[in-house]
Design a protein around this ligand. Structure first.
Ligand code: AGP
Length: 613
């Protein structure tokens, strides 16, 4: 979602804020702004732009913004309340400009608070919920910003990550968190406050994560944290972040997305390193070590996630049921959280989230825990809220994923789910020999993905034929049905072409009516147990004039006789084919989007972490 970077220290704040914002731009990029305290004139200078951060750089220069301020806040926005305009961009100021606020999240009772403020004569300039916070804090201000924030936040409902400064307090930076991550970075004579530590990791690796309902008062000498609920001072442990958060660079690639697609062999090697016991035919997952006994007695699994992570979870469902014989249900986190899910004593809940910050997934996790379930999580971002709120879990170790369209996280999620399925399977019905076969099959995936990436030029040629299409269908069966869903999502996200994924056999129940010569249909049809069935589905499409793009393995007769395009992927264990088959679909979406002139790393209306409902 949005990103926050704030600074108090002895150095000029502006360059630090701008660099940090650039690191967070992928989290929100419809507008951005900074606010720095000018101690000479006792004012907060703000500069805002619509669009990307580089526009902000220029505007700051044009505005002649004070360069010597060592206290400032900044924000990159993904609009929730009000359009992406300069007025709606953050920071928001209280009347008279005394208090400046940047905010991630949504204030759910902002309308009620706004009504009170309006009745007291406050004039609003923006349509945002954030402006309400600035005026509301100002209403409680009696010379101590920290006190005013503690008082004001008591009555706010919803989610917030906040950074706040006051014109009259040159040595104070306030942060707060409820449902939206915030952390401090501790330097020498300087403190950073951010929603995402990747913005500050080049300055310090000493990190203190805030917890929900924390308000932190920071000055140049240190910080104190108090609870909004009872004002008690609380202590939060400092963590030394060792590695895994190196700053992501595009290198020679034109986009992060393409780089991340090509990083998949390495990402999967990192993801499986030390986790496969090839001789035992088993998996060893440190994050689950303490739960092994408990895992032995589970008799049902619910996996809950959103978007791409949901499709990876669908593959996980097939794998766990097949190898471990445990019934699995996969549910959208946004639905799970508001149902009344039935969770038995032996039900295990797994949440899957690349960012570890998705609001719906976090809420589903909380609901599951409320009902007494053990919750494991599969996350990529180390130290993320979901990872920390779980009883155990497995990190992807796929490296930072910056492209908004998830690619390497998807394949790594499937691989981690395959490791869990193997482990659960070996506790139950998989023999030693079967375990060895599966462990070796998982181990071969990075090399197979490497081979698959050589298809890039072929896929580009196909993209050239179809980038002007207005609709796409993606079909798959069994393990590859989720691949079709994910392929369609990828295309939608970055090309803005309408695309739907379907289980191939379902199309005769309705969607086949859409087929004509203008409809490209991507069929994922490796040579597996259902190959003949999906060939029949493909014939039905061809008979109606549809254009067939078939992803298959070698020896694919007779589909090669009537397909318009064939993409030959290397053969893998059928249950693990989703990892391989999804790669050409990522490339297809990427090339189509680029050919249409879209910014694939920052697709319209999207954000990397969806931290709102
Ligand atoms: C993936 O390409 C999407 N941007 C999106 O569907 C994403 O997978 C979803 O928002 C879930 O995110 P998470 O994995 O970080 O929880």
């Amino acid at each position: 979602m949005c990103g926050i970077v704030a600074y108090i220290g002895s150095k000029p704040a502006l360059p630090i804020l701008m660099k940090g914002l650039k690191r967070l731009e992928y989290r929100g990029y419809d507008s951005a702004g900074i606010g720095v305290l000018n101690s000479d004139s006792a004012s907060i200078e703000t500069v805002k732009v619509v669009g990307e951060i580089r526009g902000l750089d220029n505007k700051i220069k044009e505005a002649g913004t004070t360069q010597n301020s060592s206290l400032g806040i900044s924000h990159t926005r993904w609009a929730t309340h009000g359009e992406p305009t300069e007025t709606n961009a953050h920071p928001h100021l209280s009347v008279g400009g005394k208090i400046a606020v940047v905010h991630n999240g949504i204030i759910e009772n902002y309308a009620a608070i706004k009504k009170i403020l309006l009745s007291e004569g406050v004039e609003f300039v923006s349509e945002t919920d954030t402006e309400v916070i600035a005026h509301w804090v100002s209403r409680f201000y009696k010379g101590d910003l920290g006190e005013a924030v503690l008082e004001a936040l008591k009555s706010l409902e919803g989610a917030f990550g906040l950074a706040i400064i006051c014109r009259d307090e040159p040595d104070t930076l306030i942060g707060a968190r409820r449902g939206s991550p915030m952390a401090l970075g501790l330097g020498d004579d300087e403190i950073f406050l951010t929603s995402d530590i990747s913005a500050v990791i080049e300055h310090t690796r000493k990190i203190v994560y805030l917890e929900d309902n924390d308000v932190v008062k920071v000055n140049r000498a240190g910080f104190t944290i108090q609870s909004i609920e009872n004002r008690r001072t609380v202590s939060r442990e400092m963590q030394q972040i060792e590695s895994g958060l190196e700053i992501a660079q595009k290198g020679d690639f034109p986009h992060f997305m393409l780089k991340e697609i090509f990083e998949q062999p390495e990402a999967l090697r990192n993801c499986t390193r030390g986790r496969l016991l090839l001789g035992d035919g088993n998996a060893k997952l440190a994050g689950l070590d303490s739960s092994l006994r408990e895992l032995r007695s589970i008799d049902r699994i619910i996996i809950t996630a959103c978007g791409t992570s949901y499709y990876a979870s669908m593959v996980g469902e097939y794998l766990i049921e097949e190898w471990a014989g445990i019934p699995v249900e996969v549910e959208y986190a946004s639905e799970f959280r508001y149902r009344n899910p039935i969770i038995g004593t032996n039900t295990l809940v797994i949440t899957v989230s690349q960012s570890g910050e998705t609001a719906d997934t976090l809420a589903a996790l909380k609901e599951a825990k409320q009902k007494g379930a053990t919750v494991l999580s599969i996350c990529n971002v180390v130290g993320s809220t979901i990872a920390r709120a779980s009883d155990g879990g497995v990190y992807l170790h796929a490296g930072a994923e910056i492209g908004v369209a998830s690619t390497k996280a998807f394949t790594a999620q499937v691989v981690v789910l395959s490791l869990i399925a193997l482990l659960l399977g070996r506790q139950r019905r998989l023999s030693h020999a079967q375990g060895i076969e599966i462990a070796n099959a998982i181990n071969s995936l990075p090399n197979l993905v490497e081979q698959t990436l050589k298809l890039n030029d072929e896929v580009l040629a196909i993209a050239n034929c179809y980038y002007n299409s207005t609709n796409f269908l993606y079909l798959g069966r069994h393990y590859n049905y989720p691949v079709a869903m994910e392929g369609a999502l990828k295309l939608k996200e970055i090309s803005y072409i309408h695309a739907e994924g379907y289980p191939a056999a379902e199309i005769k129940h309705g969607p086949i009516a859409l087929i004509d010569e203008n409809m490209p249909v991507v069929v994922v049809a490796p040579k597996d147990a259902l190959f003949d069935k999906i060939v029949s589905n493909a014939r039905a499409i061809k008979a109606r004039g549809g254009k067939l793009i078939v992803v298959t393995t070698s020896d694919c007769s007779p589909i090669d006789e009537f397909a318009d395009h064939i993409i030959h992927i290397p053969a893998a264990n059928p249950a693990l084919t989703p990892v391989i088959a999804s790669v050409p679909l990522q490339l297809l979406a990427y090339h189509i989007a680029v050919l249409r002139g879209n910014d694939v790393d920052m697709p319209r209306n999207l954000t990397k972490s969806v931290m709102v409902e």
